[in-house]
Design a protein around this ligand. Structure first.
Ligand SMILES: Nc1ncnc2c1ncn2[C@@H]1O[C@H](COP(=O)(O)OP(=O)(O)OP(=O)(O)O)[C@@H](O)[C@H]1O
Ligand SMILES: Nc1ncnc2c1ncn2[C@@H]1O[C@H](COP(=O)(O)OP(=O)(O)OP(=O)(O)O)[C@@H](O)[C@H]1O
Ligand SMILES: [Mg+2]
Ligand SMILES: [Mg+2]
Lengths: 228, 228
């Protein structure tokens, strides 16, 4: 489903070149649950942004379902993002002064769905993340952890083929984190959604079947977890 | 130094009233290192915002150095924030398209310090958080964890009397988290800075001498840790 062939990403020039990614080879199949770990600044978010079509490699090839994305038009990349992928960004990226339910409906507005159906799906997604009763509160009226859960609801409301989650439990307490991870595991097991999740917490990474580790832009290990 | 007497914070009216804080009594002395934990939405950030003069109680009294803040003028609250307090916000609040060093210099510009001295202090604070060499990169050019470290540098550059840190290691890997916590502990031990820190990770909370726990806006426990 997802393949990197010697993908690198460079910023700056000459002396001050920063290698965010450095000749990364990677292959992820449909239905897998892959965790990604590594020190701060090691290239995890850069890798997720390229997989999600939000950034392009400097060198190397990214293939989605066997097709090189380098040749994709802007429209093809946009369709890939809207129909195949769900994002939970590291910084939430919610619209301010906009209610939780409107934030969650946003990705559905591109699909020409009628307003009543959109509202129904958005309300259901917010209930799945434990925010029933807070649908009409705006971003400023929600706590850090509640905003993170709105971001997760927005990522799953489109029933994507691939869920890209960058530190989905970074702001959540242990109990809420467990609830969210059980939801993501259910989506992976029951709907076959492919999950790629960045985390810095070992107990959260343990929910995945594989663990990729980045150091200074290089993929240093790729372990398959023995399922208990 | 800091006292709450039956402080409550309500949002909304009647039926849909949300009790962010519910009759909280609290007392923190100069030089203490206090950790704050609790589930998502339990009132931790609301408590920090009131202590920091960014929000006011609905009922009850907040006293800073024995003086009720209810009577403070806007100017007095601003002086309190600028000279006594350093903030690490849960969502960073860095200026976009602005370099790391300019973000860190910002709280110093209010002090009428000359530009060369400001720059020297800001560069030193960035080095303390492990970002030497990245001073001129903007917020967009830094990873999530690196932005969090810029926010910490900005909070400590003014050498505040009280450091309010809301999830300071939320986006950081274990190694970087340990480095940041050693820095905060040094500031507490060597400069006598009072630290109030929200975290959802038990091993991070263990750096503090006291542990406050919130549930549904109420302070449910206040334990003093036996220092090993
Ligand atoms: N302006 C507002 N209007 C309505 N409710 C609010 C407002 N601001 C905060 N709240 C609510 O007050 C409660 C406490 O919020 P607070 O941000 O203090 O939680 P927290 O303990 O910091 O949570 P987290 O761990 O998720 O950051 C939450 O339920 C939140 O939704
Ligand atoms: N536009 C840019 N210009 C320069 N450097 C950049 C840019 N974007 C990212 N970088 C650098 O690339 C490296 C990798 O960044 P990335 O965001 O992928 O890290 P990360 O592994 O997600 O870290 P964290 O755990 O802190 O979120 C970092 O050193 C970062 O500063
Ligand atoms: Mg990142
Ligand atoms: Mg909070």
């Amino acid at each position: 489903l997802i393949q990197f062939r010697q993908v690198s990403k460079f910023y700056g020039r000459g002396e001050a070149t920063i290698r965010a990614l450095d000749h990364v080879d990677l292959s992820i199949s449909r239905g897998e649950f892959v965790s990604v770990m590594g020190p701060s600044g090691s290239g995890k978010s850069t890798c997720m942004n390229i997989i999600g079509g939000l950034d392009v490699p400097s060198t190397g090839e990214y293939l989605f379902q066997g097709i090189p994305t380098r040749g994709f038009s802007r429209t093809q990349l946009t369709l890939l993002r809207r129909h195949m992928l769900g994002f939970v960004f590291q910084g939430f990226n919610l619209l301010a002064r906009t209610s939780a339910v409107e934030n969650v409906e946003l990705p559905l507005t591109y699909r020409g769905m009628d307003a009543r159906e959109r509202r129904r799906l958005a309300m259901a997604a917010l209930e799945q993340v434990g925010l029933k009763g807070r649908e009409d509160h705006t971003t400023q009226e929600l706590s850090g952890g509640q905003q993170q859960r709105v971001a997760i609801a927005r990522a799953i409301v489109t029933d994507p083929a691939v869920l890209l989650a960058d530190e989905p439990t970074g702001n959540l307490d242990t109990r809420t984190s467990t609830e969210i991870m059980q939801l993501i595991t259910r989506l992976n097991n029951e709907r076959g959604i492919t999950v790629i999740m960045v985390t810095h917490e070992e107990d959260i990474a343990a929910y995945g079947q594989r663990l990729l580790r980045f150091v200074d832009g290089r993929l240093t290990s790729d372990e398959v977890r023995q399922k208990e």
